[in-house]
Design a protein around this ligand. Structure first.
Ligand SMILES: *Cc1c(COP(=O)(O)O)cnc(C)c1O
Length: 392
């Protein structure tokens, strides 16, 4: 029997994407103007975007790059992290941080997460410290800020640098202060699935201007300019400068960020109230820190499936959602169980919470272009699929 025939759902007019950028006339006009200006590589729009982001981040020095992954590599280089060093990484994250730690020659030490918030578990981090540990890379999962007081107390106690992976936390805050406006180094992504986009792009926020100047060198071939108007290279730097077309799009997006975040929060709370009818609280995402719910920027809405009480596997759930015109995703696989890190000895059972989440999680559509009735439809489709999948 095909799933369509069992479904009383009225399908949406268009398939519901899992994530999508929301671009408008402002972005079209901005990119058009740059294309016509004759200066399309890094130029005045990059500088303007950096200044506008810096203002958003409380005046901290901010530099943009071609991706957050590039910013991760540059941040590790900035801190001089390499062979012989270890870096703690909150394991509920995308592959980039592990990859870049590996790429600079250091060792990625994955740390388990809290089952509900999915953010780094500092008790597990403590167990994984060694004299070689130099830095910690926590991810603000789904846009929910890590406990910043506990994180920075931990870093201070153990003399670690912090590189916040804030890819999912553009627009998030902790006790009213924007993520990126305080702390050590914070990195953001402007990939199309993130809360604002430059198509591809990312930002590095730091505390001192000398570090920001060094980032400019590291992101562009390691080149510095000499007084006699020739150039020198003192490090084999990458080529990570953001084009002005992208920066102009980012400037238009940044103006919309607060509006996007408020809309995402509204949609997320609609999901939560609808899904409380079908899923127990432990399977629903963390709703935001008590009294500080507005600090959650909701890049992702990721549930866990009660697969132990169903006949369907997750791929069957995803296929059945797709039949109902709803795209879903997995955010994320366990990074320590990739072929790359299995070769270093990581194995199933090392990070129980991360693995349980990876095995059961499902990311539902959430983006600024969705409506509350889209969310209602996704919830109805999921309810339908859970029933078809044998959930008692
Ligand atoms: C998207 C993402 C990245 C990578 O960002 P890019 O800009 O695509 O390089 C890194 N970490 C997390 C948690 C992400 O979601």
């Amino acid at each position: 029997m095909s799933p369509e025939s069992t479904s009383a759902l009225k399908p949406p007019a268009r398939p519901i994407a899992f994530a999508a950028p929301l671009l408008g006339e402002e972005e079209f006009a901005a990119s058009d103007a740059v294309l016509r200006s004759g200066w399309i590589a890094s130029g005045p729009n990059v500088i303007a975007l950096e200044n506008e982001l810096s203002a958003y981040f409380g005046g901290r020095p901010t530099r943009v790059l071609t991706s957050e992954t590039a910013a991760l590599e540059v941040a590790l280089q900035l801190l001089g992290i390499g062979a012989g060093d270890e870096v703690l990484i909150g394991a509920q994250t995308f592959f980039s941080s592990g990859n870049m730690v590996e790429k600079v020659g250091a060792r990625a030490v994955f740390v388990d997460v809290d089952l509900k918030s999915r953010n780094i578990d500092l008790a597990d981090a403590t167990r994984r410290l060694t004299p070689r540990t130099k830095a910690i890379i926590p991810t603000h999962y789904a846009g929910l800020a890590c406990d910043m007081d506990a994180l920075y107390a931990f870093a201070k106690q153990h003399k670690l640098r912090v590189i916040e992976d804030a890819a999912l936390a553009v627009g998030s805050s902790w006790r009213g202060k924007a993520i990126g406006s305080f702390g050590d180094i914070a990195l953001f992504s402007f990939h199309p699935n993130k809360n604002i986009t430059t198509i591809e792009g990312g930002a590095l926020v730091c505390n001192d201007v000398a570090d920001a100047k060094r980032v400019e060198v590291l992101r562009f071939h390691g080149i510095s300019r000499l007084p006699d108007q020739t150039r020198d290279v003192d490090f084999p730097g990458g080529k990570f400068n953001l084009p002005d077309v992208n920066a102009a799009i980012g400037r238009a997006q940044l103006k919309k960020l607060d509006h996007f975040s408020a809309h995402r929060r509204k949609l997320a709370h609609r999901y939560l109230s609808n899904l409380r009818e079908v899923l127990s609280d432990d399977l629903l995402p963390h709703a935001g820190h008590a009294g500080d719910e507005a600090g959650h920027s909701w890049n992702l809405f990721a549930i866990r499936l009660p697969l132990d009480r169903m006949t369907f596997t997750r791929p069957q759930v995803m296929d059945a959602m797709k039949v109902r015109q709803v795209a879903t995703s997995v955010s994320y696989e366990s990074p320590h169980l990739t072929s790359l890190f299995r070769k270093q000895g990581w194995k199933a059972g090392d990070l129980p919470n991360t693995e349980l989440i990876a095995d059961t999680t499902l990311t539902l559509p959430l983006h600024a272009g969705l409506t509350e009735s889209d969310v209602d439809y996704v919830c109805a489709a999921l309810t339908d699929v859970l029933k078809e999948g044998g959930l008692q």
